[in-house]
Structures are given as structure tokens and as C-alpha cells.
Design a protein. Structure first.
Length: 128
């Protein structure tokens, strides 16, 4: 499976056996690739057509509008929380307001947040 360059970098950062939450997972391309390496997790997506594609592909996906809050997950449910897509809607530009909600979800020693469409060609470092 060929991944976009930004998704390939994220794919390379996630170790086998990790449990992830992919915010704005789209059609599940990243999750599908990661599943091939024993990575488990969920995608959160708002677009019905993308959700349908995930379901058809066997990807765990939850319909959610991140601007309305996150579904309830237990603290430290995930090794990594990924935000790999730019959210272009004007009210969604300030994704940083999600970070306080996300931090408790990930394991303290492995928490990583990636900036949307950061300069991956320069191997942008994850936000910690």
C-alpha cells in the first residue's frame, strides 16, 4: 500500500502493537496500513461517505464532530493520538483547543500530537 508522504512518516513513527486514536481519519488509509503492523485503534470522522468507506474496509471508526467534543474514552486508552489532516472549515482552524481533552487519553510516556500538514518534507517533529 502506497501512502501519502505525510502518512508514511507517521506510519514509520508508530511502533507495532501500539493503540492509536486517529482524529479526522478520512477513509481510514493510515489505520488500514497500521493494521498490517499489529497496530489497533479507532478513527474519528465526521463525513458519512468516509465513514462508510472505513466500515467497508474493516476499519474501526466512530462518527464524531470534534468541535462538539470527543466521545468518552477512559484515560490512557491510547499510545498515540494523531491529527494528520488539515481541517479547513473556518471554525475548525484552532485545533489546539482539543489538546487539553486529548492529553488524558494517551499514555503519559508515549503521547504525541502531530500538527496538521506540518512541513513533513522537513521531518517535522511531533508536538509533545
Amino acid at each position: 500500500m502506497s501512502l501519502r508522504p505525510d502518512l508514511q512518516i507517521i506510519f514509520d513513527w508508530i511502533p507495532a502493537g501500539a493503540h492509536i486514536l486517529d482524529l479526522g481519519s478520512g477513509d481510514g488509509t493510515l489505520l488500514a496500513a497500521l493494521q498490517q503492523h499489529d497496530v489497533t485503534g479507532y478513527g474519528l470522522e465526521i463525513d458519512n461517505s468516509q465513514i462508510a468507506h472505513c466500515i467497508e474496509s474493516g476499519i474501526n471508526v466512530i462518527q464524531a464532530d470534534l468541535d462538539q467534543g470527543l466521545p468518552q474514552f477512559a484515560d490512557q486508552s491510547f499510545d498515540y493520538v494523531i491529527l494528520s489532516t488539515r481541517r479547513n472549515h473556518p471554525r475548525r482552524q484552532a485545533s489546539h483547543h482539543w489538546f487539553p481533552q486529548l492529553r488524558p487519553l494517551a499514555m503519559p510516556t508515549t503521547t504525541r500530537f502531530w500538527r496538521p500538514h506540518a512541513h513533513f518534507q522537513n521531518l517535522a517533529k511531533p508536538l509533545v
